[in-house]
Design a protein around this ligand. Structure first.
Ligand code: NAD
Length: 271
């Protein structure tokens, strides 16, 4: 990829942004766009080696980024999330957080076969992690007397349409993210804090592709429902996150922002 220079007049110029799950597919692509558009970016992930690699890769792409730092964080632990967001106090406080970290466990299954341990783990990361990220973002915005802030929480299309390939804990967790985000959006609207949920379709990222592996049948079961005939790319989600993070979306609040190539609107798909 060719080098990009951070734009001092970019769409996120002057904003301090946190991205969780920053070493993974959507998170990393979002960090690149945020840095390119002039934001100072704090990349957070549970994987230290993943973060180191991701930061280096980002700086190869945007060598003149305003500021890029990394911080280890398990989003299911409130003290980790609090420390993550407080790290931005010396930057002038948070303006944007992309609560993106999430898991889809290989043992997640149907109502009968999903182990309780997997249910609890999925809820701890995918739901509680987003609550903690939202809570500490609100506290930071208030502490720094910010009159606006953008919080973007990752849900999924499975929060909107039923899937016959079960991942019950994952699906329930993403439904919770949608409902939680909607309520946060309404409660905090008068403070100028916007909350939107991103609903990606199945993507070409490790989260899903590792899970599908070489299983052609599992893969086809999904591909047949894509109007476009392909999985989505992480960068296509990141572009939507950039819009939601920027002031261009100043009147967009409480949405289920669907980026799915039309999948959730399809009755039948083209041959
Ligand atoms: P990914 O697996 O590529 O990246 C996820 C990142 O989150 C990884 O770097 C991982 O180390 C990190 N992570 C996992 N647990 C964590 C924790 N407890 N604390 C902090 N970081 C943690 O996944 P992705 O495809 O980029 O997905 C990102 C988000 O998008 C997830 O919430 C996922 O559920 C959602 N999503 C993905 C798809 C898809 O098809 N890939 C579809 C819909 C929604």
């Amino acid at each position: 990829m060719s080098e990009t220079i951070a734009s001092p007049s970019g769409r996120l110029a002057g904003k301090n942004a946190v991205v969780t799950g920053a070493a993974g597919g959507i998170g990393f692509e979002t960090c690149v766009l945020f840095a390119r558009e002039g934001a100072s970016v704090l990349m957070a992930d549970i994987s230290g080696p993943g973060l180191d690699k991701a930061k280096q890769k980002l700086l190869d792409i945007v060598p003149k980024a305003v500021k890029v730092e990394t911080k280890l964080c398990d989003v299911s632990r409130e003290d980790d999330v609090a420390a993550l967001i407080q790290h931005l106090d010396s930057w002038g406080g948070l303006d944007v957080i992309f609560n993106n970290a999430g898991i889809m466990h290989k043992d997640d299954d149907d109502a009968v076969n999903t182990p309780e341990r997997i249910w609890d783990l999925t809820m701890a990361i995918n739901v509680k992690g987003i609550w903690f990220g939202s809570k500490h973002a609100i506290l930071s915005l208030r502490k720094h007397n910010k009159k606006k802030g953008s919080i973007i929480n990752v849900a999924s299309v499975v929060a909107l349409v039923g899937s016959a390939t079960p991942q019950l804990a994952y699906t329930a967790s993403k439904g919770a993210v949608l409902a939680m985000t909607r309520e946060l959006a309404i409660v905090h609207a008068r403070e100028g804090f916007r909350f939107n949920a991103l609903c990606p379709a199945p993507l070409n990222t490790p989260l899903l592709q590792d899970w599908l592996g070489d299983d052609k049948e599992k893969r086809l079961r999904r591909e047949i429902h894509f109007p476009t005939g392909r999985f989505g790319e992480a960068i296509e989600q990141a572009q939507a996150v950039l819009f939601l993070a920027s002031d261009e979306s100043s009147f967009v609040n409480g949405t289920d922002f669907v980026v799915d190539g039309g999948m959730t609107k399809a009755y039948v798909t083209p041959e």
